[in-house]
Write a protein of this length. Sequence first.
Length: 169
Amino acid sequence: MKRLVKLLTTAALVLTLFGTTGLVMAQETSYGSAGALSDECLTLEEMLTYAIQDEYAAEAEYAKIIEVYGAVKPYSNIVKAETQHISALVPLFEANAISVPVNDAASHVVLPASLKESYAIGVEAEIKNIDMYNRFLEQQLPDNVRTVFESLKAASEKHLVAFQRKANR
């Protein structure tokens, strides 16, 4: 219960302070988690595409934050995880004869005004990522896809905790 209250408090803080700006792909409602959460009828190809787009976006934003602010935690750890998440998704595209989308996320990165602001944005991004995977896991999925989505959701839950810790300091 305490965890839920803390999560909701952090989410409210993020929305109050930053509205919907600052996320890498916030303006693009058909990209990544934003697309997944607004899409009424999801196909396997769409779920895989939204998932990899969201991982591309996180990797690109975290890499840019490291470039500007240095190899600070949790970014120095999480950016490596995002690369692994992408690597976990690519074989699912291949196994289902779906083309892997081009990674153009770096061209969409919006750098937060400060490192502190980036943590709050990280909280919001991880919440949306978890919501996306929860929505996918409600669908009929091949076992290998379900396993990867469950793993990526669990990783995002850990990332969320790391960002909440930093945002609440």
